[in-house]
Design a binder for this molecule. Structure first.
Ligand SMILES: Cc1cc2nc3c(=O)[nH]c(=O)nc-3n(C[C@H](O)[C@H](O)[C@H](O)COP(=O)(O)OP(=O)(O)OC[C@H]3O[C@@H](n4cnc5c(N)ncnc54)[C@H](O)[C@@H]3O)c2cc1C
Length: 416
């Protein structure tokens, strides 16, 4: 069969590879000149590893990507246990990796710690319950862990990650986060881009027609088939963000089907990467910024996880945000963004010199898991025969990730 895969992120690449192994003729269309989508990396001439535009790691239980990598002959995933911590209003950095770390938190009394600890353990070991879709995370945490725990531990985390949407996120999000999290974190020798490049190379050697710099603007129907780029396809798989797909298919799908997607809400990712001569954070890899006075969601000191020797001896820190498209931070230039954050970074450290900065944006990177989302999210099958969707909205209840991109790519390929 002739198959068009739209989008060259990890979902599209996995689907293209898997379908070609099943003897189909696949063409993959990617808008950007580089493949990898949200997991794409970049490299400076004096670095020997790629660095993701947005911080990336794997969890120890990300079996779909771990097994798929092996299946394709790729054995470069390794695991380490870097420190995760939070900075609260008191501006102290508190590790958050173990129950003992949790017991040491100064903001909660022992009763609240035990109560919250019990609920966290329940979430970790309980299977998904439909109850988690009937209540927001905020209500769930307030009811089970208590109002003080919500206020002192969670409120700011939710506000930083979801902004105005913080109050409508379902409890299923928190369940998935707790269930999935492992202390061991994985990375890829050479960066995630090495795996992406490997997949592209393997796919090309299987004769996948990989087209980069090709933005799909229109898909037409020709009888039971589809016309894209002047070529006829039997099957189309869209891995594009749902709002992008909706735009492209307004003449293809029934209006009613597309209307449901207008209920989906998204935030967009913004990262500012600092390459410095000294680390911003001494020990911590992942710092949740739960201090309301610091307007940054998270600081990820990548080189406290991965050796700085791979980046020409420089230290690498990401500053990250999820924002609405009209947020003023999105409109800032890299220099303006740096100027904005510098006074806050001084609270953490003053003994470093910035050598380089990099600034990236990722569209529709964070779907909002609310009640509307559960009712209206896309599914693999569409009203049109042989037109499939596999995109990051479909990882629910789990937060999107490269593991689920692989899983979706394989699942959609298995349907054809
Ligand atoms: C800030 C951030 C941090 C993350 N951290 C992690 C992490 O730690 N671990 C982890 O595993 N995952 C992480 N992820 C998630 C992970 O990157 C994604 O889940 C995964 O890469 C999604 O792959 P995808 O192929 O489904 O989608 P995408 O990567 O979005 O791929 C879709 C592709 O479609 C292309 N496209 C769009 N429009 C068109 C068009 N009109 N024509 C042709 N092509 C088009 C895009 O350019 C893109 O390449 C993170 C994401 C972000 C944003």
């Amino acid at each position: 069969m002739k198959i068009a895969v739209l989008g060259g992120g990890i979902t599209g690449l996995t689907a293209a590879y898997t379908l070609t192994k099943k003897k189909n003729k696949v063409t993959l269309f990617e808008k950007s000149p580089v493949l990898g989508g949200l997991a794409v990396g970049f490299k400076q001439p004096n670095w020997n590893w790629h660095l993701e535009r947005a911080y990336h790691h794997l969890f120890a239980n990300d079996y779909d990507i771990i097994n798929f990598a092996k299946e394709t002959g790729f054995n470069k995933i390794f695991f380490k246990t870097p420190e995760t911590a939070s900075i609260f209003g008191d501006l102290g950095i508190h590790p958050m990796d173990t129950p003992l770390d949790f017991l040491k938190l100064p903001h909660l009394n022992l009763f609240n710690k035990f109560r919250a600890g019990f609920v966290l353990a329940f979430l970790k070991f309980t299977p998904f319950l439909s109850l988690f879709e009937k209540i927001t995370a905020k209500e769930f945490i307030k009811k089970t862990m208590g109002k003080i725990v919500w206020k002192r531990l969670w409120q700011e985390l939710f506000r930083k990650k979801f902004g105005d949407y913080a109050g409508i996120i379902l409890a299923s999000f928190i369940w998935a986060r707790i269930t999935k999290r492992t202390k061991n974190l994985g990375y890829i020798e050479g960066g995630f881009q090495t795996f992406i490049n490997h997949l592209v190379k393997e796919s090309r050697s299987l004769r996948v027609n990989v087209l980069t710099g090709y933005e799909i603007k229109e898909i037409k129907k020709r009888g039971a088939k589809y016309l894209i780029n002047g070529q006829i396809f039997d099957v189309v798989i869209s891995t594009l963000p749902t709002p992008v797909m909706v735009k492209l298919t307004s003449n293809l799908f029934p209006k009613k089907y597309l209307e449901r997607f207008s209920k989906l809400k998204y935030l967009h990712a913004l990262t500012l990467i600092l390459e410095t001569n000294q680390p911003l954070l001494k020990k911590t890899y992942w710092l949740n910024v739960s201090a309301p006075q610091i307007p940054i969601m998270g600081i990820i000191q990548h080189t406290n996880f991965i050796d700085k020797k791979h980046y020409g001896g420089s230290h690498i820190a990401y500053l990250g945000w999820y924002l609405k498209r009209d947020d003023r931070l999105f409109a800032l230039t890299k220099e303006e963004l740096l100027k904005f954050v510098l006074p806050y970074l001084k609270i953490l450290n003053t003994k470093y010199k910035i050598l380089n900065t990099y600034n990236f944006k990722g569209s529709f990177a964070q779907p909002i898991f609310d009640k509307d989302f559960v009712k209206n999210k896309p599914d693999f099958k569409t009203p049109l025969k042989n037109f499939y969707i596999a995109n990051l909205d479909m990882t629910y209840p789990y937060d999107r990730g490269t593991n689920y991109a692989v899983k979706l790519g394989k699942q959609v390929a298995a349907m054809i």
